[in-house]
Design a protein around this ligand. Structure first.
Ligand SMILES: *Cc1c(COP(=O)(O)O)cnc(C)c1O
Length: 234
């Protein structure tokens, strides 16, 4: 257990240092940038060690894994987020366990989420946008975002807190930067439309290989796995 904690604590300290430096470079306050530790494929004891190292917010991308791990770690006070693609028949594993769902990209899924949430406990969520045009990526297309947001505005038990994207799979820093900038522009425009129950304060973007660019483009939530937990086997 100890060596495991040591390397995780070291990874985390290094990461927090990089986040702080990236924020300072663009005149942002590092405290306003949230860190979601993406713990997919990481077993419960290692998540426990991450909690001991100071992390509180964890992200999962598979509904059953979220359910199982959150049960196994229910003695800790953790905040779970869901970042993976959502099948309507798995929504029951996600709501109400996930405090924030990053990856809503269709009205059918949103409807199911709203049904399972309640007026007392509306589900907080982000809309995932495909900003790279890569066909393999989930996310609503930018030109279909307005229609989706209008649909979401009709659903009673949702709080739409922002947008999420996955950067393009490339080393081309300019392409990655433009994808993040596009997300920010879409968010700003949607916020101007002032839909009810849509504060749209969050931009969830930036992973291990591109979080510094995301910070420069205004990310408020980073989703980081590898830089904390090391390389995943699968
Ligand atoms: C796996 C995953 C991450 C974290 O990726 P790393 O490269 O390991 O930091 C972030 N977001 C989503 C949606 C993921 O599936």
């Amino acid at each position: 257990m100890l060596p495991l904690m040591d390397s995780m604590a070291q990874n985390l300290a290094r990461l927090q240092e990089r986040i702080a430096r990236a924020a300072q470079r663009v005149g942002r306050e590092p405290e306003k940038i949230g860190l979601v530790a993406v713990s997919k494929t990481v077993d419960a004891p290692r998540v426990r060690a991450a909690h001991a190292a100071g992390l509180r917010v964890f992200g999962e991308n598979r509904a059953q894994e979220l359910r199982d791990k959150s049960r196994e770690l229910s003695d800790l006070s953790l905040e779970w987020h869901f970042v993976g693609s959502i099948q309507t028949n798995k929504v029951r594993y996600i709501v109400p366990t996930a405090e924030l769902v990053h990856s809503v990209d269709r009205l059918a899924v949103a409807r199911r989420i709203s049904q399972r949430a309640s007026a007392e406990r509306p589900q907080r969520l982000l809309v995932q946008v495909n900003t790279s045009g890569e066909e393999s990526k989930s996310g609503v297309q930018p030109d279909a975002l307005d229609a989706l947001l209008e649909g979401l505005a009709e659903l009673p038990h949702l709080r739409v807190e922002g947008l999420m994207t996955i950067g393009p799979l490339t080393d081309d820093q300019r392409a990655i930067g433009s994808a993040f900038r596009l997300l920010r522009r879409l968010r700003d425009r949607a916020r101007d439309a002032q839909h009810p129950r849509m504060p749209l304060q969050h931009l969830s973007m930036g992973m291990t290989h591109d979080f510094e660019l995301a910070i420069a483009e205004g990310a408020t939530l980073l989703r980081i796995g590898t830089a904390i937990f090391g390389r995943r086997e699968a």
